[in-house]
Write a protein that binds this ligand. Structure first.
Ligand code: SAH
Length: 396
């Protein structure tokens, strides 16, 4: 049965399975017909080909993701339901905020918190909220009120300037919803201090998904020569320095990011060499110069945002892995990442391992890690697992 009074989206036969498994999206090409006047941003009931209720969600004809389900049950979507989801999201993050020396985490991870299109990061006293789905826009104040009462932040910034909003038919803007933004936002992660640019930085300002991998890196860094490629504002590099690395170099193509690494190194009294360069070129030049490192980190941006670019993406991952391995003598450690959902874990691992094969070098897998646990993976929604973190040791 469809929920009463709502327009009804009929899903084509075969697509009900993923919804039954918990997937929260219906793509436009999965819809057989829409009964009633579905409004962009309004609620619809979703049924399968037999008319069985699959859930209730937001409709947006302008988005490829035409329906985002808020619930798979028969329940009314109310302010109270949205507020309870936000409270649950904040409660879960207490685990992370109890970590020694950490005052920052992702508070709301969209679909995995059953708040489709909502992203919220806590950076010390500053909470940054992003609404990326049209249907959620009208709940902005409800979400903000709960965030203010649960988190008691000094300021709450609505950072609605991600280009995804245009695809959803929304404007881009930023607005302070509560308190006043500090001149400078300094966060603590595993005891490391990081100045974060919440207004001009990439994404919400900092990639909180790597916190636990930053910490993991430390155990390999004592007295080591460490190269952090695609370093952004220096998460890995600063942790390497904190762990007693002999020499740390951080490389990023963004001048703004490199400026922030320098600032962050100074904040922590750490010595980090910074390089503003394309890592593809930099790695090649280092190989040519015969440089060697004990540890190399590769954390490039998503090479592929679509399945179709997979082959190119694999070439990219392989090229940097080949260079990095050439810089690592026997015993050296490579930490390499892919943050693209479209790159399946096994394909990524095989791509990196094939680089070792090409070099006729034996390697062993130390571990295969993921995004930190404030970015949990929703069962039935594989898109929520995007970060792959492969750690290898060169054996010869
Ligand atoms: N390692 C970081 C996150 C990296 S995000 C952390 O742990 O927080 C990816 C970074 O790669 C961005 O800072 C971006 O500026 C940079 N980047 C993108 N293309 C690049 C290239 N070709 N060479 C060097 N840096 C690049």
């Amino acid at each position: 049965m469809a929920q009463e009074n709502l327009p009804v989206v009929h899903v084509i036969n075969g697509r009900q399975k993923k919804l039954l498994q918990g997937h929260p999206w219906v793509y436009g090409n999965e819809i057989e017909r829409v009964e009633g006047e579905a409004q962009d941003g309004g609620l619809v009931s979703v049924v399968d080909f037999r008319g069985r209720h699959m859930g209730t969600g937001f409709y947006n004809s302008k988005s490829l993701i035409t329906v985002r389900l808020l619930t798979h049950r028969q329940e009314e979507i109310t302010d109270a339901l949205i507020a309870s989801r936000v409270r649950a999201a904040c409660d879960y993050r207490r685990f992370i905020l109890r970590r020694e020396g950490t005052d920052s985490c992702r508070l709301i991870y969209g679909e995995a918190d059953r708040l489709p299109g909502v992203i919220c990061d806590r950076f010390g006293g500053v909470v940054v909220l992003q609404i990326l789905a049209l249907g959620m826009e009208r709940y902005t104040q409800v979400i903000a009120d709960v965030l203010i009462s649960c988190e008691k932040p000094e300021s709450l910034l609505l950072q609605n300037d991600d280009a995804i909003r245009r695809k959803e038919g929304m404007e881009c803007f930023t607005k302070v919803l509560h308190g006043a933004l500090p001149q400078e936002t300094i966060i603590h992660e595993n005891g490391v201090k990081l100045a974060v640019d919440v207004m001009g930085g990439q994404k919400t300002g900092y990639f909180l998904d790597q916190k636990d991998n930053h910490l993991f890196l430390r155990q390999f860094c004592r007295d080591a020569r460490v190269l952090d490629c695609f370093s952004y504002i220096g998460g890995f590099a600063l942790n390497a320095a904190a762990a007693g690395a002999r020499e740390v170099t951080a490389v990023d193509i963004s001048e703004a990011a490199v400026g922030m690494i320098e600032k962050n190194a100074a904040l922590n009294g750490a010595s980090i060499q910074t390089v503003c360069a394309n890592c593809f070129d930099y790695l090649r030049a280092q190989v040519k110069a015969g440089e060697t490192y004990d540890v190399v980190v590769l954390d490039p941006p998503a090479f592929t945002k679509a399945h179709a670019n997979m082959a190119n993406a694999c070439r990219g991952y392989k090229e940097i892995a080949l260079s990095a391995m050439r810089l690592l003598p026997p015993g050296g450690v490579l930490a390499t990442h892919s943050c693209s959902y479209h790159m399946p874990e096994d394909v990524f691992v095989n791509t990196v391992l094939s680089a070792a094969q090409d070099l006729h070098r034996q390697v062993r897998v130390i571990t295969l890690r993921r995004q930190d646990i404030d970015h949990p993976v929703l069962a039935g929604y594989p898109e929520s697992h995007y970060l792959k973190s492969l750690w290898l040791q060169m054996l010869d």
